[in-house]
Design a protein around this ligand. Structure first.
Ligand code: SF4
Ligand code: SF4
Ligand code: FES
Length: 303
């Protein structure tokens, strides 16, 4: 059933939106740009960076556009002096939390954090730098994780779980001690679930995740390719769910103990019922973790 159409005001303009959309989605649908950092189209929204805050008429509280559902009659302001000040503060706090030395960074010139700082007119920060001593994980054969550049947006965590289905990344600890960790704090090179697909690299908005072999200013990310892939997988998964519905409908008609007829070959329908359909393109087959589950321990380390 199509979602109900509602009326809202965005920056004074009366527009329609669909019930269930977020403020950000509704604004995008009408060509309004709201700055974002942790949001990436195609992944779930978590509201981590607070850069997308907007004003809502009738309340002093600012709301994160990426996670707030739009409601009928809302009047939203996406740009104002108050919002610029707030967004500037949020970005400055990200810059001082770790060690962002752009002149020595692989993402210099192609970094979403840097671009955001530039667009907000940040020429200096008003807070003292934390200067933490953070490690760089070089153990993966092809990729590198530099905690010094990480803004804890969790895009890597979400793309790995929601698009690749490998669940390598997590956030460990709290507050200023929070860190992205792979496979229960193993070195990335030891993370057996990692398929080496590189989606986390492309999704990362900064120089925190990069490919080896790239020098200062050389790492250019393709985060829109992740969004396109996510949309494609959602489409495939929806199709598979419809077929899964057929599979479920067939069951009540079976005599007790009779074999369930399979509308697909065994391999495909078992993947479908384990929720993997749509998460892996046909040429990739099952993830390493599920291959291990089905065929016992791997004899060699994933490359
Ligand atoms: S990640 Fe971005 S902001 Fe941080 S040092 Fe690199 S270029 Fe600068
Ligand atoms: S490694 Fe990159 S994608 Fe992952 S949380 Fe840090 S900044 Fe975000
Ligand atoms: S983009 Fe909305 S909180 Fe980060």
């Amino acid at each position: 059933m199509p979602n109900k159409t509602i009326s809202v005001r965005i920056d004074g303009e009366l527009v329609t939106a669909q019930e269930g959309q977020t403020i950000l989605e509704a604004a995008h649908a009408h060509g309004k740009q709201i700055p974002t950092l942790c949001y990436l189209k195609g992944l779930s929204a978590v509201g981590a960076c607070r850069v997308c805050m907007v004003e809502l008429a009738g309340t002093d509280r600012l709301l994160p556009a990426c996670t707030t559902p739009i409601q009928d009659g809302m009047s939203i302001k996406t740009a104002s002096e108050k919002l610029t000040l707030y967004r500037r503060m949020a970005v400055e706090l990200l810059l001082v939390e770790r060690n962002h030395i752009c002149s020595a960074c692989v993402s210099n010139g192609h970094c979403e954090l840097q671009s955001m700082a530039q667009s907000l007119g940040i020429t200096h920060v008003r807070y003292s730098y934390n200067n933490p001593h953070l490690p760089v994980d070089m153990t993966h054969p092809r990729f590198v994780l530099d905690h010094n550049r990480c803004i804890l947006c969790t895009r890597c965590v979400r793309v790995c779980a929601e698009v690749e289905g490998a669940n390598v990344w997590e956030v460990a600890s709290r507050g200023i001690y929070s860190r992205i960790v792979s496979d229960l704090k193993d070195d990335w090179g030891q993370a057996r679930n990692c398929t080496g697909c590189g989606k986390c690299i492309q999704a990362c908005p900064t120089g925190a995740l990069a490919e080896k072999g790239f020098s200062v200013m050389e790492m250019v990310k393709q985060s829109d390719s992740v969004s396109r892939l996510a949309a494609q997988r959602t489409h495939q998964a929806n199709g598979a769910l419809e077929r899964f519905g057929m599979c479920l409908q067939a069951r009540p008609e079976q005599a007790p103990g009779a074999a369930v007829p399979r509308p697909f070959p065994r391999s495909q329908s078992s993947r479908m019922c384990s929720g993997l359909v749509g998460l892996h393109p046909p040429d990739r087959g099952l993830s390493r973790r599920h291959r291990r589950k089905l065929s016992g321990p791997l004899t060699s380390r994933p490359s």
